[in-house]
Design a protein around this ligand. Structure first.
Ligand code: HEM
Length: 426
C-alpha cells in the first residue's frame, strides 16, 4: 500500500530539500495522495480526533506545569491558584481534565470500531498491538495525572491502586514500597507520579508514530472488510476527501468537548477531589475515573486480591492476542450476523461493568459483576475462537466498489459514479 511516490518538487528549494531530507515527500505521500478506501464511515475519523486530543493534552499540560507545584503540602493549593489567579487558568485546567475524558471517549469508540470491523486481523496485527500498548500507556498516564491535584480521591485512588501490587506473592510488599518511594503514599510518590505523567504522553506520541506508520504499510481496513483490489475504483485520495471529513468530525467533537468544559466542567470528576488529601480520613466510597470503571468492576468481582489483579490486567493484555483468538476469515461484522449479535452483547456487558464499578459493592452487584466478568473473558477466549469455525458468513462483495454498489442498489449508477469521479491521486 506504500506504493510509489507521486510527489514532484515544484521549485528549486523543494528540489534541494527533497534530495537531502524528503520530509515534504513523506507528508505528501502519507496525507495528500495516500489512497483511502472510498467507503470509510465516520468511525474512521476517531484516529484523527485522537491525534488532535493528544496534542491538546500536551499543550494544555505544558502550560499547567508552569503554574503547578509537585510537592505534597503545596500541590492542592497550586491547583486552586491556577483556578483562581492564573489568567484563564480555570480554562486550561478544565480543558486538560475534561480532555482526558474526551480522549478516552474517542479511544473506546476507536477500539470498538476495530472490534466491529475486524481491523485487528491480518495484516493489521502489529498496528492493533501498538494500539493496545498506547491504551495501556493512556491508562497509566490518566491514573498518575489524577493524583497530581492531591485531593482526597487523588490520594485514596493512588493508595488503593498501588496497594494492589502488594498482592504479588513474596515480592509484593517490596514492590509497593518501591512504587511509593517510602512506606506510604506521600511526597516522594507525588514527585515520581508527576515526573512520569509528564514523560508518558511523549512516549504515547512515539508509539502513535509507529501506529500510523504500520497503518500506512498495510493500508486502512474499511466497513466491508475486503481489501483494495483496484486502486482506481476502490480508493480516493486522502486529500481532500479524508481530510475534509476528518476536519468536520473534529469540529463536531470539539463542540461536544466544549460543552463539558463550559457547561458541566466537574460532571465527570468527583466532588471529594476538592477536599485536600488527608491520610487519616478515608472517603465513604472510593471510585476511579469513569474510564477505569469496567476494569475496576472486574478487579472487585474476583474474590481473591491477587486473582482480581490478574483478572484486571488480563482483561487488557488479552486484547493483544485478539488477532489470533478470532479464527474467522471474514473481517467485518456486516457479513457475520452471529458475531454481530455477540459484539453487541459485549458492548452491553462492558457498559454494565462500568455501571457496576461505580456502585458500592453489595451481594447483588458483586454477583452480576461476576457473571459479566466471566462473559467478558468467554467472549474472547471461547466464543471468538469457536465462532470462526462454525459461523456461516454472508456472501462477501468482490471489491470495495462492489460493496458500495450493493448498498446503493444501482449497479449502473455506480458504474457511472466510478467513471465520473475518478481517483484524484497522482
Ligand atoms: C493516542 C491514541 C491513538 C491514536 C492517536 C491513534 C491514531 C490512529 C489513526 C490516525 C488511525 C487511522 C484513522 C482511523 O482509522 O481512525 C488509526 C487506525 C487504527 N487504530 Fe489507532 N490510534 C490510537 C489508539 C488506538 C488504540 C488504543 C487501538 C486499539 C487497541 C487502535 C487501533 C487501531 C486500528 C486497528 C486501526 C486501523 C483501523 C482500520 O484501518 O480499520 N488505535 N489509529
Amino acid at each position: 500500500m506504500s506504493g510509489h511516490s507521486s510527489y514532484t518538487p515544484s521549485n528549486g528549494f523543494s528540489r534541494w530539500l527533497d534530495n537531502r531530507l524528503p520530509i515534504v515527500r513523506l507528508a505528501h505521500d502519507s496525507f495528500v495522495s495516500y489512497p483511502t478506501p472510498r467507503n470509510l464511515n465516520y468511525f474512521w475519523t476517531f484516529g484523527g480526533i485522537l491525534s488532535l486530543m493528544l496534542v491538546a493534552q500536551i499543550v494544555t499540560g505544558i502550560v499547567l506545569v508552569m503554574h503547578y507545584t509537585p510537592e505534597s503540602t503545596m500541590a492542592f493549593g497550586s491547583v486552586e491558584h491556577i483556578m483562581r489567579d492564573v489568567n484563564y487558568g480555570w480554562l486550561l485546567r478544565y480543558l486538560h481534565a475534561n480532555g482526558a475524558s474526551m480522549f478516552f471517549v474517542a479511544v473506546y469508540l476507536h477500539m470498538f470500531r476495530g472490534l466491529y470491523y475486524g481491523s485487528y486481523k491480518a495484516p493489521r496485527e502489529v498496528l492493533w498491538i501498538l494500539g493496545v500498548i498506547i491504551f495501556l500507556l493512556m491508562m497509566a498516564t490518566g491514573f498518575m495525572g489524577y493524583v497530581l491535584p492531591w485531593g482526597q480521591m487523588s490520594f485514596w485512588g493512588a493508595k488503593v491502586i498501588t496497594s494492589l501490587f502488594s498482592a504479588i506473592p513474596i515480592v509484593g510488599d517490596s514492590v509497593t514500597t518501591w512504587l511509593w518511594g517510602g512506606y506510604s503514599v506521600d511526597n516522594p510518590t507525588l514527585n515520581r507520579f508527576f515526573s512520569l505523567h509528564f514523560l508518558l504522553p511523549f512516549m504515547i506520541a512515539g508509539v502513535v508514530i509507529l501506529h500510523v506508520w504500520a497503518l500506512h504499510v498495510v493500508g486502512q481496513n474499511n466497513p466491508s472488510g475486503v481489501e483494495v483490489t483496484d486502486v482506481n475504483k476502490d480508493t480516493v485520495a486522502f486529500t481532500p476527501y479524508a481530510t475534509t471529513k476528518d476536519g468536520f468530525a473534529m469540529l463536531c467533537f470539539l463542540i461536544f468537548y466544549s460543552w463539558f468544559v463550559f457547561y458541566v466542567p466537574n460532571f465527570l470528576g468527583h466532588a471529594d477531589n476538592y477536599i485536600p488529601a488527608n491520610a487519616l480520613v478515608t472517603p465513604a466510597h472510593i471510585v476511579p475515573e469513569w474510564y477505569y470503571l469496567p476494569f475496576y468492576a472486574i478487579l472487585r468481582a474476583v474474590p481473591s486480591k491477587l486473582g482480581g489483579v490478574i483478572a484486571m490486567f488480563s482483561a487488557i493484555a488479552l486484547l493483544a492476542f485478539l488477532p489470533w483468538l478470532d479464527t474467522s476469515k471474514v473481517r467485518s461484522a456486516t457479513f457475520r450476523p452471529v458475531y454481530r449479535a455477540f459484539f453487541w452483547i459485549l458492548v452491553i456487558v462492558c457498559l454494565g461493568l462500568g455501571y457496576l464499578g461505580s456502585q458500592p459493592p453489595t451481594d447483588g452487584t458483586t454477583f452480576v459483576a461476576r457473571i459479566f466478568t466471566s462473559y467478558y473473558f468467554m467472549h474472547f477466549l471461547v466464543i471468538l475462537p469457536l465462532l470462526g469455525l462454525f459461523e456461516t458468513p454472508l456472501k462477501l462483495p468482490t471489491s470495495i466498489a462492489d460493496a458500495i454498489l450493493a448498498k446503493t442498489g444501482s449497479a449502473a449508477a455506480m458504474g457511472h459514479a466510478a467513471v465520473a469521479e475518478p481517483n484524484t491521486k497522482g
